[in-house]
Design a protein around this ligand. Structure first.
Ligand code: FES
Length: 336
């Protein structure tokens, strides 16, 4: 049966853990209620951060035909909010709460051509898709970009499996990805699926739009956790509720407002649906827009933000920090 978006929670048992690149661990889990994982699907995992439970989403890198074994691979992010640190503590025999496979990045079978683009740890969302396209003998190019070879998980296995279909770009080997070139080489009947850092995905979306390619042919997965700037603590104020709340570097604005008792709207919590939109009334500092919901024009207007992922920062340019007297960015908002 196909994966759905209905969250069915179950226990999963960790049966294998190993390193697959610098700071990236591969974790094999046996779910108590197995269900086949379609390409593009993910599981939500309950992680324990300093005694608090929280939910994180991880792509299913690999799954057995019956779903009895699922593989996730997780990068221990230096600025982790705690989820990846928790995953990196797992050992065989540990049990954790996971959902059955969930799907919001489906592969449309039947396109004339495919380009799969993975940046860094975004590879985890693309591996299963690429395997399916290979098995279907589809016309596909699998582009994998990373900073260094040692930081790129599964590189050798992917070379072996995909041969000439795999195109690798590695920054410190002087072969960085040229987004213009990539999109210029994309035909109108190509579907492009991507997952990677926000800078990469923004560049592809911008170039895609400039070249007037079909927008439905551009599909992406984000886990809403990478930004343009390092997260820093900032203040959010909601005058209508009399709230002034600090947002720690390890928390989202949405979480901080929920903790403060604000009744917030949200759905995806990863910058895709726009449901958590707040209006910006005043800003001391800048906004690090981390969503993929707003257009570049909407982002530069600084009138609204997706508070589940986007943050206030003291300066985007480093040239003129227009932060408040306290040295922290302050954003004053209205919620709908
Ligand atoms: S909840 Fe979907 S963009 Fe914030």
């Amino acid at each position: 049966m196909a994966a759905t978006n209905i969250e069915v929670w179950q226990l999963g048992t960790v049966v294998e853990v190993r390193s697959v690149a610098t700071d990236i661990k591969r974790v094999v889990i046996e779910p108590s209620q197995p269900k086949k994982a379609e390409p593009g699907s993910h599981v939500d995992v309950m992680v324990n951060i300093d005694g608090h439970e929280d939910k994180r989403s991880y792509s299913i890198v690999e799954s057995s035909e019956d779903g009895a074994r699922l593989v996730i691979s997780v990068l221990k992010a230096p600025l982790s909010r705690g989820g990846s640190r928790f995953i990196h503590t797992l050992q065989p025999g540990d049990q954790l709460e996971i959902t059955q496979p969930l799907q919001n990045f489906p592969l449309r079978v039947g396109a004339r051509r495919y380009t799969l683009l993975a940046g860094g740890i975004g590879i985890t969302a693309m591996i299963n898709m690429a395997r399916v396209l290979r098995n279907l003998k589809a016309d596909y190019t699998f582009v994998y970009a990373g900073r260094t070879r040692t930081a790129m998980a599964y590189l050798e296995e992917l070379h072996e499996l995909h041969g000439a279909n795999l195109v690798v770009h590695i920054d410190d080997e002087g072969t960085s990805l040229d987004v213009n070139e990539l999109v210029a080489g994309t035909t109108e009947d190509t579907e492009l699926y991507m997952c990677g850092p926000i800078r990469l995905m923004d560049a592809v979306r911008r170039t895609w739009t400039e070249r007037e390619l079909s927008y439905p042919n551009l599909r992406f997965e984000t886990f809403g956790n990478s930004g343009w700037y390092d997260p820093e603590e900032f203040i959010v104020k909601i005058p209508s509720l009399g709230l002034q709340v600090p947002v720690g570097a390890g928390h989202s604005m949405l979480e901080a407002l929920e903790d403060a008792g604000a009744d917030m709207m949200f759905d995806c919590r990863k910058g895709e649906c726009g449901l958590c939109e707040v209006r910006i009334l005043q800003l001391e500092g800048d906004i690090d827009h981390r969503d993929v919901f707003y257009s570049a024009r909407q982002k530069s207007a600084t009138e609204k933000m997706a508070c589940c992922v986007s943050r206030a920062v003291t300066s985007k340019t480093g040239l003129a920090a227009e932060a408040s007297a306290t040295g922290q960015a302050i954003v004053t908002i209205a919620v709908s």
